[in-house]
Design a binder for this molecule. Sequence first.
Ligand code: SAM
Length: 326
Amino acid sequence: MSPEQFLETARAFQESRAILTAIELNLFSAIGGGAAAREAAARLRTDPRATEMLLNALVAIGLLEKRGEVFRNTGLAARWLDDASPESARLGFMHTVNLWERWSTLTACVRAGTAVTYEDMKDRGPEWTEPFIAAMHRNAFERAPEVVRAVGSEGVRRMLDVGGGSGAYSIAFAQASPDLQAEVFDLPAVTAIAARHIREAGLEGRVSIRAGDLRTDDFGSGYDLVWVSAICHMLSPEENRSLLARCFRALAAGGRVAIADFILEPDKTAPKFAALFSLNMLVGTQAGASYSVDEYTAWLSEAGFERIEHRRLPGPAGLMIGARPR
Ligand SMILES: C[S@@+](CC[C@H](N)C(=O)[O-])C[C@H]1O[C@@H](n2cnc3c(N)ncnc32)[C@H](O)[C@@H]1O
């Protein structure tokens, strides 16, 4: 890394913060078809001088353009960050806005060894849960077809989606396989969101919801596939052992567990996304982290799984798959 690159990286929070503030204020929706700083400030109920400073910085970043006194959204902002766009992803980006506070506690978390502002998912209100699940949905919805192909749905009649969030993966598995019945298991506040997505996909007959606690509940039995996507990183190693033992018991003989997560190489320094995501879990959970291929392999093996494999996928998340012996 050159000294210039180092300085740019160390100051990258400035650009990030300007974008997050614009999203938090819903500035790109207020700019709409074009607005001068004074008009935008009136719509946002913000200070005109400060608003103009933020708007100018967003031009410098490339999210707005300025002609004379009038600011307009550039293509990316118009498509993803303006509520008037059918493709608006602003609600999901609000999750990143919410992460800012947590990341500001990183130094204290490194001293303490755990999240210093931890709040159990059950106790978080809709202002956290809705953007969180929207962000997960957007990501899952895009990746799901590729993931379904990689895991394979052939022979899967009953699938359990542990911590299934919006239900995007269950919906994609059901769409790929007409005989497949899926169950989205999550906290009550989240299964209500999943029910909405399942209804919109017209799959109420084949994708059901079950409210429960994945840290403690028994999952039942007789599943051909237990899907565990973006769950293990929020748990401690002990909790993952318990989770995988319960997944094992939930499977029929020959059934498979498939874990999708940000899986680290054995020395835990790569990929970069997974190494940084581990810090995201440090600031947000009691004992979560990104885990390595070796750790997943050991837990799966202890739980009784065989034919354990690690599959890399394009993008930051990979798969660990294991089968319950026949
Ligand atoms: C990172 S999201 C992953 C969602 C989905 N599996 C995906 O990949 O898009 C974690 C999910 O675990 C759920 N969750 C967290 N704690 C839980 C608990 N104790 N019991 C059940 N679900 C829980 C959250 O509500 C959320 O939907």
